[in-house]
Design a protein around this ligand. Structure first.
Ligand code: ADP
Ligand code: MG
Length: 243
């Protein structure tokens, strides 16, 4: 198995509040892993620790066989390998759609403007937003903004894409278009780690599902195991609540 990111014994505290406790899991190349769990269980903090938007309090993040939490590792270098899509899109409002998808490529990856635009257009096509290159974010619907945010992250051609509840801020009629794009991406062999409340989607796209409860991984398995045959009482209780 070709492991991309391996999380070992990860913990995170904010002051005396221990939000993540002894988290162990890995994401393999080409795998789609979803993280589910109640609000406040630590899902966002875990994703933010994986891409070092938060500094873990303990444990290891092994990437390409090395612990990137060692001081000698360059955080910026590591983060180039991870794409992140947030609940709230976080587009640059002063840039148009194309601009949003090229700035990172030019600044961080040092690509030429021409090359960056070519790559951006390729991924805007993937998410069905190629007709909107000139549009400003304020002219777009939530679903369109989120698809641009996905294209922006893909344009960096990361090893892993991280999604933190990408449809939670959307009006219900726009959830489907974003999930459709994500399902298509999952089918291309892209490595994805997704926090979601969309249980049907998780069941459909996941190779593995991780259930978090109160800062720990309570249970992990295939969608079939976790949704149809949960072992833990707290998994059962959570799934009951989401029905
Ligand atoms: P989830 O994404 O599963 O809803 P979060 O990771 O956002 O959960 O939050 C887990 C817990 O960590 C919550 O109790 C939250 O209040 C706390 N928390 C998250 N971020 C911070 C922060 N920057 N400072 C203090 N507490 C935080
Ligand atoms: Mg969250």
């Amino acid at each position: 198995m070709n492991t991309v990111v391996d999380i070992q014994g990860l913990s995170k505290s904010f002051g005396s509040h221990e939000v993540l406790k002894d988290i162990n899991f890995s994401v393999n190349k080409g795998e789609v892993v979803t993280i589910i769990g109640s609000s406040g269980s630590g899902k966002s903090t875990l994703l933010r620790c994986v891409n070092l938007l938060e500094k873990p309090s303990g444990g290891q993040i092994i990437y390409n066989g090395e612990n990137i939490l060692d001081d000698k590792h360059n955080v910026h270098q590591y983060r180039k390998n991870l794409g992140m899509v947030f609940q709230s899109f976080n587009l640059f409002n002063n840039h148009n759609v194309l601009g949003n998808c090229v700035v990172g490529q030019i600044k961080v990856l040092k690509r030429s403007k021409e090359e960056a635009e070519k790559i951006a257009k390729k991924y805007l096509r993937v998410v069905g937003m190629e007709a909107y290159v000139e549009a400003k974010p304020r002219q777009l619907s939530g679903g369109q903004k989120q698809r641009v945010a996905i294209a922006r992250a893909l344009s960096m051609e990361p090893d892993v894409m991280l999604f933190d509840e990408p449809t939670s801020a959307l009006d219900p009629e726009m959830v489907g278009e974003v999930l459709k794009v994500m399902k298509e991406l999952a089918g291309t062999g892209l490595t994805m780690l997704i926090v979601t409340h969309e249980m049907e989607f998780a069941r459909e796209v996941s190779d593995r599902v991780v259930f978090m409860d109160k800062g720990v991984i309570a249970e992990e398995g295939t969608p079939e195991q976790l949704f149809n045959n949960p072992k833990m009482e707290r998994t059962k209780a959570f799934l009951q609540r989401t029905r």
